[in-house]
Design a protein around this ligand. Sequence first.
Ligand code: NI
Length: 135
Amino acid sequence: MSEVVRFTVSLEADLLERFDAYCQEGQFATRSEAIRQLLRESLTTQAWSDDAKDAVATLTLVYDHHKGSLSDRLRDIQHDHVNVVVSSMHVHLDHHHCLEVIILRGRAAELQDLASKLRGLKGIHGGRLVVASAD
Ligand code: NI
């Protein structure tokens, strides 16, 4: 980890009040901790928007495995992208529903493309792509 540097920030009193409420709600130990996290998230999002950057992300899907050939399609598409699918976890939620968390690593553009393909399949109830890190 690099050296910690102190710097001064000027902002409006009402914005600071809202920020302090945010820190309290998020149970951040200090304002600095909250700012560090916000900055990292913001920089990760910015890097993620650059398609050429490498990224790590999770795709969480909830679906009905009785729907047509959905389970087969999900498996086939993942097999077609073995270069970016690192791992996946499958949980049988109830008689119909499955939860699948897929960990992806690769070029941001390819991860987004794969996530769109999987999320877009018929029978998927929800799909959320979360970027864990991007260079
Ligand atoms: Ni299942």
